[in-house]
Design a binder for this molecule. Sequence first.
Ligand code: ZN
Length: 176
Amino acid sequence: MSAMPLEVLQLGHPKLRQPARLVDDPNLPEIQNLIDDLMRTMKQANGVGIAAPQVGVDLQVVIVASRPTLRYPHAPQMAPIAMINPQITDRGTELMKDWEGCLSVPGIRGLVPRSSEISVAYQDRNGNAQRRSFCDFVARIIQHECDHLQGYVFIDRVETTRELISENEYHKLLIP
Ligand code: ZN
């Protein structure tokens, strides 16, 4: 296991715009190492999720790890989940708009409509098939990370560029 966090690619890097490939065998050491590297990189950057393409790896691996952080002080706490080959199989009809940011798009927040309830089929890090439902902020993280696996970033999903704001202005919104 390497000890250093990986470099997170920034908007404009072509690897952020490429679709990721299916993982054949989650149990391979390189996939297990990738999961550990992603977890470490996400934590070090105060993220609540990360996708393999953000570190230049074109494989369908994401980490979902909602927790209160400096970047998302109101996020719910959960045990981190590695999702391999995730597929959103169902989406509720209700869309909710909320602010998103991305480790690959520093300094910018955008108001993004997402389904407030989803079901996801994926393999866990042991290779076991899972199917789970998620709602609200965690469902939002999963939709954001699954977008990365298709070469999309959140700024592609805003309804208008007027709903893109700076990180500084976003933090002003958090103060009641
Ligand atoms: Zn992102």
